[in-house]
Design a protein around this ligand. Structure first.
Ligand code: SUD
Ligand code: ADP
Length: 273
């Protein structure tokens, strides 16, 4: 089974409290971004154990702990009849970018195993497995725009139509660790609650919707502010850091981005949401 795990964007991100377990509560709208990896799951040849073949962008860390392997092993713990599998991951989405690429691979591995081996797991059951793999991971099970609360793993419906919105995502080849980014934040409640701010025209978002990580990370990484300014100079209606960075995106409610030259070491994605 071949699937295409997509990235996500955070539209607004407020870190509201530090929890006793060291994690944080947040308020953010998660939106699917059609920038994808390619992931394949096949039953292994008889006598072979589970394997992962990686191509594309190098992924730091031991392949045995790759999130798509961990996702399959999590299911195997509850369904011992699941056979060894051959996994192939062609990595395209930048890593440590605030785009949730690893979480997407894990969630799509859960969904692929559910279909390939007819486990008949409900959406809720898949979300529950996903939560054990990462705070962002459960979002990719339903994979539609939601208001995320708690650890970013509990979702409320939101009426948000981004059809026809143009998007440019710029990754400045800078890996930011999510844990380190959280450590720089002083949690507080947002000035403008996100649901109400998003209900206003996109042209107002620049003044009402922000990302706490952007405020916390920009002093040590001024390149984030430079990219954001370039996106506004190219006519973006709204621009922001995604998640804990380092990818910065611009949205165009109508019209096209003005031609912009980015440094050769950057990775840039452009398309419609
Ligand atoms: C910041 C966000 C916003 O969408 O996205 P990314 O920038 O990673 O894409 C997420 O909260 C990232 O979720 P995810 O990347 O799944 O994080 P996890 O693997 O669960 O946790 C990594 C580390 O981040 C911190 N963490 C994560 C989530 C959370 N609600 N509070 C935290 O404090 C913890 O230090 C944890 O050890
Ligand atoms: N399939 C995977 N794709 C990307 N990263 C992975 C994967 N499996 C494990 N990881 C680990 O997860 C970390 C963060 O991954 P990622 O989801 O891309 O971060 P972010 O959400 O901040 O963009 C990386 O440092 C990497 O070592």
């Amino acid at each position: 089974m071949l699937v295409f795990p997509n990235a996500k964007l955070n539209l607004g991100l407020y870190v509201t409290q530090r929890r006793p377990d060291g994690f944080h509560t947040l308020e953010s709208v998660f939106v699917p971004l059609p920038w994808t990896d390619a992931f394949e799951m096949l039953p292994a040849v008889a006598g072979q154990s589970t394997s992962l073949t990686l191509t594309g962008r190098p992924i730091p860390g031991d392949p045995a702990t790759n999130l798509c392997v961990r996702a399959y092993e999590l299911l195997q713990a509850d369904f011992p009849e699941l056979p060894p599998v051959q996994l192939y991951l062609h990595k395209i989405v930048p890593i440590g970018a605030g785009l949730g690429g690893g979480s997407a691979d894990a969630a799509f591995a859960l969904k692929a195993a559910n279909e390939l081996f007819s486990l008949n797991l409900s959406t809720e059951a898949l979300e529950s497995y996903a939560r054990q793999l990462g705070s962002d991971c459960a979002f990719f099970i339903r994979n539609k725009p939601v208001l995320a609360v708690e650890k970013g793993d509990v979702f409320e419906e939101i009426d948000l139509n981004l059809n026809g919105v143009g998007c440019v995502v710029v990754y400045p080849n800078l890996h930011i660790s999510t844990a380190e980014a959280y450590a720089r934040i002083a949690p507080q409640l947002p000035q403008h609650p996100l649901r109400a701010a998003l209900a206003q025209p996109m042209s107002t978002w620049r003044n009402t919707i922000s990302n706490d990580f952007e405020t916390a990370l920009t002093p040590s990484h001024p390149v984030l502010a430079e990219i954001k300014q370039q996106l506004y100079d190219a006519g973006a209606t709204y621009a922001s850091l995604s998640g804990s960075g380092s990818a910065v995106y611009g949205l165009w409610e109508s019209g096209e981005p003005a031609a912009t030259t980015w440094p050769a070491e950057y990775t840039v994605w452009q398309g419609m949401l």
